[in-house]
Ligand binder design. Structure first.
Ligand SMILES: C[S@@+](CC[C@H](N)C(=O)[O-])C[C@H]1O[C@@H](n2cnc3c(N)ncnc32)[C@H](O)[C@@H]1O
Length: 213
């Protein structure tokens, strides 16, 4: 299939049919616990890094953008029960697995159904890469976070492209590419090469962007 037909000529606008296709694909994938697990080991560095960057969360509002089954939100909720965590995802089937105590919201990160500055912090793990309209999604995530709020994004590195099989719409990012999108809205942005384990050198697959709005 020529997937380019799903995009407008400018490449920036998304055909609503493609969003529906992406949603249907994740709705279907929700039953695949092996590849889309609903839990994650809290010792994994991705989790620790988000926890460290977001800081203390008691009484704070946190948005998990493209939360899937809420494996990250589950840990945040367990470790910080007084945090008000909301998971947003395109796929209602994924959201069915979200843990009790975590609020859920179906929608697209490119049009977040929240007022400006609703959240103290937001994070997105392996989800922005599916948003297609990347600049729009980054602007939306930043819009709903308060000034001074923290944002963490973990996605795959464009340099490692080809290492895994991916759907046609999935984008992997260069360090500077996503950093410059975040810098449009955030006063501080850092990028780190990361691996699953803190004491294992990164193999180039994952990057983390840590921002302060
Ligand atoms: C690979 S899963 C990652 C899920 C979760 N963040 C995790 O790490 O377990 C990608 C998720 O992004 C969601 N997604 C894709 N496009 C989205 C969009 N435009 N807005 C919100 N969620 C989206 C999918 O439905 C899916 O649940």
């Amino acid at each position: 299939m020529d997937w380019r037909r799903w995009f407008s000529r400018s490449g920036a606008q998304l055909d609503p049919e493609l969003r529906a296709r992406i949603r249907a694909s994740f709705d279907l994938a929700a039953g695949d616990e092996e590849h889309f697990p609903s839990t994650i080991d809290p010792r994994i560095y991705h989790v620790k890094l988000i926890r460290r960057h977001l800081g203390a969360l008691a009484g704070r509002r946190v948005l998990d953008v493209g939360c899937g089954k809420g494996r990250f939100a589950r840990i945040l909720h367990d470790e910080e029960p007084a945090a008000k965590i909301c998971g947003l995802d395109l796929s209602v089937e994924m959201l069915r697995y979200a843990p009790a105590g975590v609020g859920v919201c179906a929608g697209s990160m490119t049009e977040l159904p929240f007022a400006d500055s609703t959240f103290d912090a937001a994070y997105a793990t392996e989800s922005l890469e599916h948003a297609v309209e990347i600049a729009k999604a980054v602007a939306e995530i930043c819009r709903v976070v308060k000034p001074g709020g923290r944002i963490a994004i973990i996605d795959k590195n464009a340099r490692a492209r080809g290492r895994l099989e991916t759907p046609a719409w999935e984008r992997w990012f260069g360090r500077r590419e996503l950093a410059s999108l975040l810098k449009r809205h955030c006063r501080q942005v850092e990028t780190h090469d990361i691996s699953y384990w803190e004491d294992v050198p990164p193999d180039g697959l994952f990057l983390a962007w840590l921002a302060v709005k």
